[in-house]
Design a protein around this ligand. Structure first.
Ligand SMILES: Nc1ncnc2c1ncn2[C@@H]1O[C@H](COP(=O)(O)OP(=O)(O)O)[C@@H](O)[C@H]1O
Ligand SMILES: [Mg+2]
Length: 254
């Protein structure tokens, strides 16, 4: 059997006295679309940062396609495409220039760069507007541009942290359709965080419900909802496990 795309065992990370990730266990199979679902502050981004090696792993173990995050950082990074939660495209460059920058960062050979950049723009439906300034793009186009930046290295694992945050429903669907099309064409694994239960339900094959730094429930969206393991705020869609100690509703305060 192939190595899991991502394996975390007993992962812990704290910011001072805040325990952001508190003994998290996770195994993402090769080729699956896997969602980390949970309310703000659950520890999703911190987990992702440990998986990408942008944060160290102070306790526990993280492996990506057989590479240990603590000892094999550079090899692990070469397998990844990462779209961070914060918007990161440079507004003062064109779409093509933004993706080219990443092609250089990923050390794609100079003679292949233009073709790989064009291919990445095509994959996210921005091939017709690649020479426009990113400042003129809509929110959904910027997100797709960031997806192209992450795809230019042909990653085996694509990690997206809240890829549809702040987008309207049509732009959200559009971003997801591009992600799933590339995944169908390449077989890459997709690990995504979201606090939208409906998004996890529609697009993820398996979901881990994260709350207070741990996985509280795991399964297909159908399995999780039939066990009523979560509840969701009707106003902001923040989700929390209804079985969490001391909580009967999501902790968003809406
Ligand atoms: N740079 C930081 N400094 C201090 N505390 C942080 C920092 N980043 C995150 N935290 C805290 O760690 C916890 C988990 O945050 P995070 O991983 O961002 O959760 P999520 O992505 O699920 O919203 C929260 O309590 C958050 O306030
Ligand atoms: Mg986050």
């Amino acid at each position: 059997m192939s190595d899991p795309a991502v394996a975390c065992t007993g992962l812990r990370y704290s910011f001072g006295r805040t325990m952001a990730v508190d003994g998290l266990d996770l195994s993402v199979a090769s080729g699956e679309v896997f969602g980390l679902l949970g309310p703000n502050g659950a520890g999703k981004t911190t987990t992702i940062l440990c998986v990408t090696t942008l944060l160290p792993v102070p306790a526990g173990m993280v492996r990506v396609i057989g590479h240990d995050a603590a000892t094999d950082r550079m090899a692990l990074r070469r397998l990844l495409g990462y779209v961070p939660q914060q918007l990161s495209a440079d507004q003062s460059l064109t779409g093509r220039e933004n993706v080219s920058l990443f092609a250089r960062v990923y050390d794609i050979p100079r003679r292949e760069r233009a073709a790989r950049v064009a291919q990445a723009l095509l994959a996210v439906g921005l091939d017709g507007v690649g020479d426009r300034m990113a400042a003129t793009y809509s929110g959904g186009m910027i997100r797709r541009l960031e997806l192209a930046q992450a795809l230019v290295s042909a990653p085996r694992l694509l990690i997206l942290d809240e890829p549809t945050i702040g987008l309207d429903p049509i732009a959200r669907t559009d971003v997801w359709e591009h992600i799933l099309r590339v995944r169908a064409a390449t077989g890459m694994t997709v690990l995504v965080t979201t606090h939208h239960m409906d998004e996890a339900d529609r697009y993820c094959e398996r979901v881990a419900l994260v709350h207070r730094g741990r996985v509280r429930a795991l399964g297909t969206p159908g399995e999780l909802s039939s066990r009523c393991a979560w509840s969701s705020c009707r106003s902001c869609a923040t989700t929390a496990p209804s079985s969490a100690p001391g909580r009967s509703s999501p902790p968003c305060g809406c």
